[in-house]
Each structure stands twice: as structure tokens, then as C-alpha cells.
Design a protein around this ligand. Structure first.
Ligand code: ATP
Ligand code: ZN
Ligand code: MG
Length: 302
């Protein structure tokens, strides 16, 4: 038997994370949130002069847009949809009876117009497309959202509802690839400034099924996705705390994002996993924030 207390148990014991009875669904203490808030201020400081347009969407998105995005083709295993009771008095009685008998009452739930947001940038593309052509200077957006992914786990760094802060760039190929490289360099510097060990590596998304393996290989071969890895729960299996994605003109084509000269926009996004970064800090510097290295505290809280 493994007598070691897991990182998750230590987080529960310290009160930083609060057990809800569901793996990957946690409450967070004020202290945990304070670390996330401080790190977000650091992001603001580093990215602030770029003049990104800030937009905040709720953690649910228009289901029609979710369908257009193709998420169910690539990641059906991760998706979450919102269903509701849409019946009459009679249906309500059967629902209550079903619950009373401990049977599956959810089968009669109907899909609503809302799907849970899988990545902070998903609601952005149709929103920008509706505005018309993007100026030749390009578009830059600052997003933050709770995201849902059905990947229950005992690893505290793999949650089902977590926050992603993103910058999204739309423009020419040269513009968006420069944007991505800039944030890879900034990401490394930011993590170093808070005492975290970082490494950047090429990565791929977990495309579903046999056909998905091809897509994943292609993404890797073309260097379309990089991750910034930090040890959180393991020194050997490091955790992706940021990702840097170049979509080429795939999203531009899909959503009809055009530049003023009529060409299809290229897009790239960089995402910070906010809970993961907080957890990396707690793993590296300990669960007591007051005992963190002075330099780290100073970077985060001034
Ligand atoms: P992983 O390979 O660990 O599953 P990912 O490739 O799925 O990560 P992205 O889809 O690129 O991650 O999401 C952007 C960022 O969101 C990641 O870099 C990570 O920091 C964070 N993130 C992704 N999945 C989770 C999760 N289940 N719980 C907490 N944070 C997550
Ligand atoms: Zn994105
Ligand atoms: Mg994943």
C-alpha cells in the first residue's frame, strides 16, 4: 500500500482546495484565489502594452457555434453540454417518481442552446467574424474563462472546470507566428521570475480515435502546438501550464475571418492554465505562502 500522502490530499488538508466529492471539481480557498489573482496581474503587466481588446465570456457558449467549431469531431470525449427539463406537469411527475425510485432521471433532459466552453477562445472566433474584415494591423484579444473538460482525475492539475487566460492573435502568418514566439519567450521569463523550473516542448492535442492519431502526428510534425512544462505532481511527467497554438488559416477558413485585403486570417492563441500555475507554485515553494521566497512574493505582490 502506498503510504505517501498525495499532493491532492495535502491540498485538501491545507484547505487550499476543497473536496466536492467529484474528481476534478474543487472549491478553492481565498489564499488559492489570491495567488491566481496575483499571477493574472503579472500577465496584465507583461501583456498590457500590447493593447489587446479584453473580452470576458461566461463558461457556456452558443451550442450552434460549438457545433460549427468541430469540437465533437476532434474531442467528443471531453465535451460537456447543458441539458434541462423541458416537460409539462405530467412529465414533472414522472421525473420526480423516477428520482424517488433511484432510476436514471437524466434521460429525459433536453439539450439547451448552451454547451460548456472547452477553451477560452472558442466563443471569440464567431464573435469577431460577425464584425467584418480585420484590419491589416491584425486583431489581438485578451480572454479569461472557466473551461470544462470531461477528464476526471486524482491529479489536482487535471480538473474538469478550470480557468484559462488566453491571448488570441488574428492577422497574417508572419504576424501571428511572431506573436506566438513572443509569448513563448515571455512565458519562460515569467515562470523564471516566480521561481519555477520551465521547459518548452512540442505537443499535440488528444484527438479522438484512430483518425485522431493522424491529426495529432500532423500537429506535432508541423510544430503547431508547444507547451510550457513545469513539474507539479511529478518531476518526470511535467505538467503543461501554458500552451502556444498556431492554427494556420484553419479557424480563419472555418469562421470566415478575413483581413481587409480579402485574404483569410491566420490565428494563434496562447493559454495560461491558471489553476496549474498556482499548483506549480504551491508544489515548488510549499503550501504556506508566507514562507515563499521573498523574491517570488515580491514579483507577485509587489
Ligand atoms: P494536457 O496535455 O495536460 O491535457 P492540453 O494540451 O489539453 O493539456 P490546452 O488544450 O492547450 O491543454 O489548454 C490550455 C491550457 O489550459 C493548458 O496549457 C493547461 O495549462 C490548461 N489546462 C488544460 N487542461 C486542463 C485541465 N484539465 N485542468 C487544468 N488546466 C488545464
Ligand atoms: Zn485558444
Ligand atoms: Mg488535455
Amino acid at each position: 500500500m502506498d503510504m505517501q500522502v498525495s499532493f491532492l490530499d495535502r491540498l485538501f488538508d491545507s484547505g487550499l482546495l476543497i473536496d466536492t466529492g467529484v474528481d476534478g471539481l474543487y472549491g478553492r480557498s481565498g489564499q488559492f484565489e489570491d495567488v491566481i489573482a496575483a499571477f493574472e496581474r503579472l500577465i496584465d503587466k507583461v501583456g498590457g502594452a500590447d493593447g489587446a481588446e479584453a473580452i470576458r465570456f461566461p463558461p457556456g457558449m452558443n451550442r450552434a457555434f460549438f457545433e460549427t467549431s468541430g469540437y465533437m469531431k476532434s474531442f467528443p470525449q471531453l465535451a460537456g453540454t447543458v441539458h434541462s427539463f423541458c416537460g409539462n406537469d405530467h412529465d414533472h411527475l414522472s421525473l420526480l417518481q423516477c428520482m424517488e425510485e433511484g432510476k436514471d432521471w437524466t434521460k429525459e433532459q433536453q439539450a439547451t442552446d448552451i454547451a460548456l466552453t472547452p477553451a477560452a477562445c472558442y466563443p471569440l472566433y464567431p464573435t469577431v467574424a460577425k464584425r467584418g474584415p480585420i484590419s491589416m494591423e491584425g486583431g489581438l484579444f485578451d480572454l479569461q474563462s472557466y473551461c470544462f473538460r470531461h477528464e476526471p482525475s486524482k491529479d489536482p492539475a487535471r480538473q474538469q472546470l478550470f480557468r484559462m487566460r488566453e491571448y488570441v492573435c488574428m492577422g497574417t502568418e508572419a504576424h501571428v507566428t511572431t506573436f506566438r514566439q513572443t509569448w513563448m519567450d515571455r512565458g519562460v521569463e515569467m515562470m523564471k521570475s516566480i521561481g519555477l523550473d520551465v521547459e518548452i516542448d512540442v505537443a499535440n492535442d488528444p484527438f479522438f480515435g484512430r483518425a485522431g492519431r493522424l491529426l495529432a502526428n500532423n500537429q506535432r510534425d508541423q510544430n503547431l502546438k508547444f507547451e510550457l512544462l513545469i513539474p507539479v505532481t511529478s518531476q518526470t511527467n511535467k505538467t503543461a501550464c501554458m500552451s502556444f497554438n498556431y492554427h494556420q488559416d484553419a479557424f480563419g477558413q472555418k469562421w470566415g475571418l478575413n483581413l481587409a485585403d480579402g485574404s483569410v486570417a491566420h490565428t494563434a492563441c496562447v493559454g495560461f492554465g491558471l489553476e496549474r500555475i498556482a499548483l506549480a507554485l504551491f508544489a515548488q515553494h510549499g503550501l504556506d505562502v508566507a514562507a515563499w521566497p521573498e523574491a517570488v512574493r515580491k514579483t507577485l505582490w509587489g
